[in-house]
Ligand binder design. Structure first.
Ligand SMILES: Cc1cc2nc3c(=O)[nH]c(=O)nc-3n(C[C@H](O)[C@H](O)[C@H](O)COP(=O)(O)OP(=O)(O)OC[C@H]3O[C@@H](n4cnc5c(N)ncnc54)[C@H](O)[C@@H]3O)c2cc1C
Length: 383
């Protein structure tokens, strides 16, 4: 495992302290009240966490992918929803850094890095999630403006965010469909964009997930990412590759939190005259949980190290996402069993981990999709 530089170690230590002192003590109560963590998000902005993948020349605190993943794990160990605030925000930054024009980078990246602009990605629609080529939102050129019409579904940060990546069709007749799709930076403000609904969810609460409606919403032509139509699908997919690593890291954080709660409880809870940690069936659970957590960590770090070396890592990132997020779902349920009735109670945080974990199985590309990606790469590799 690579060792981060002194600077990276300091960021990681600051994030860990923030999570221990300011997040863990309040996360469950705030989540139960449905209270948006404005103050915590403000502190994250002050720590530079909105600019983790933005180069310093644009005001960011650009870190390597190993550090990036570790930060997402630390935050999610405290509260998955907090990592959600900077998750899709980071995808927008990633796409702008890779594909934005110099003018777009100059206009958007400093605000995104400072957290003054809060970002997200508008890809999914009610009829298109895994199959994004099936979207029906359009952007039609009207002089120096595009007019957007359609609806987007499941958009994280849509209520409190203000700057988004929008994927829309600029040529509805293109075949294959992705060649007619373009990506834009859209900003709230002009009429024609309505946040029509906050979706009530099982978990991953507090960070808002909304439905958006566009009616002749104007987007200046200079906000077409990269300045060329027809590149949007590839641009968005490239951004999602980095997201796979951050979602894997988030799964690891949830699993770690659930395990820590389970082992703490197992040492204290006494049945049949001894702590349950002394019963072999509980020990077997702890051993399996910890082994899968360690395996998740190694898969994530290995994929992140490959990405840091500039090597292709879709196979490794897919494996890390698949394994770490399935581990999050499994470990949070095992932790609940170890806590018995208390695991099912809102007095303990395990019920929150259990409700949060399925999001990482579905988000960032479902795990069924990860298996397809992994298999496709394996078939290429073993021709
Ligand atoms: C809390 C939350 C936040 C989200 N945030 C965002 C966001 O910020 N921006 C955004 O754009 N989207 C967001 N999403 C949407 C998310 O990306 C999609 O839900 C996800 O991609 C799955 O799409 P879907 O829900 O349409 O399911 P579908 O694509 O309809 O899939 C249904 C089931 O079929 C499976 N399936 C689909 N195709 C295949 C296949 N070829 N082979 C095998 N199985 C298949 C899927 O794995 C799944 O199990 C969010 C979702 C949630 C729940």
């Amino acid at each position: 495992m690579s060792q981060p530089s002194e600077e990276r170690r300091l960021i990681l230590r600051a994030v860990r302290q923030f999570v221990e002192r300011e997040v863990i003590p309040v996360a469950s109560a705030m989540e139960h009240r449905g209270e948006y963590p404005h103050a915590l998000a403000g502190e994250m902005a002050r720590m530079g966490l909105f600019g983790l993948n933005v180069p310093e020349q644009f005001g960011g605190s650009e870190v390597d992918y190993v550090t990036f993943a570790r930060i997402f794990t630390e935050l999610s160990r405290g509260w998955l929803g907090l990592a959600g605030i900077i998750g899709t925000h980071g995808v927008l930054c990633d796409v702008l850094v890779r594909f934005g024009t110099e003018d777009q980078k100059r206009r958007f990246l400093p605000g995104l890095a400072s957290g003054e602009r809060r970002g997200g990605i508008c890809l999914s629609e009610s009829n298109a999630g895994t199959d994004l080529q099936n979207i029906s939102t359009t952007a039609s050129r009207d002089g120096s403006t595009y007019r957007v019409n359609g609806s987007k579904m499941w958009i994280t940060n849509a209520r409190y965010g203000n700057t988004f990546l929008l994927l829309a069709k600029t040529d509805a007749s293109a075949k294959p469909a992705h060649r007619g799709m373009s990506a834009f930076v859209i900003e709230k403000g002009a009429p024609g964009l309505i946040v029509s609904r906050d979706i009530d969810k099982l978990g991953y609460k507090t960070v808002e997930t909304c439905e958006l409606h566009f009616e002749n919403f104007p987007v200046p032509a200079e906000n077409l990412i990269g300045g060329v139509e027809g590149q949007g699908f590839v641009q968005a997919m490239t951004g999602l590759e980095a997201e796979r690593l951050n979602v894997a890291a988030r799964g690891l954080g949830v699993a770690q939190a659930a395990f820590e709660e389970a082992i703490r409880y197992a040492r204290q809870r006494v049945t049949f005259g001894k702590p349950i940690a002394q019963h072999q069936l509980i020990q077997a659970k702890l051993a399996e949980m910890a082994t899968k957590i360690e395996a998740s960590r190694l898969l994530i770090e290995s994929a992140a190290e490959k990405k840091d070396r500039g090597e292709r890592c879709d196979l490794e990132a897919g494996m890390a996402k698949l394994f770490a997020t399935e581990t999050a779902a499994e470990v949070s349920f095992e932790a609940m069993r170890i806590l018995g009735g208390n695991g099912y109670s809102k007095d303990f945080p395990v019920e929150r981990y259990y409700r949060d974990a399925p999001l990482v199985v579905i988000g960032g590309g479902t795990n069924e999709l990860q298996k397809l990606i992994i298999a496709r790469r394996l078939l290429e590799k073993y021709q």
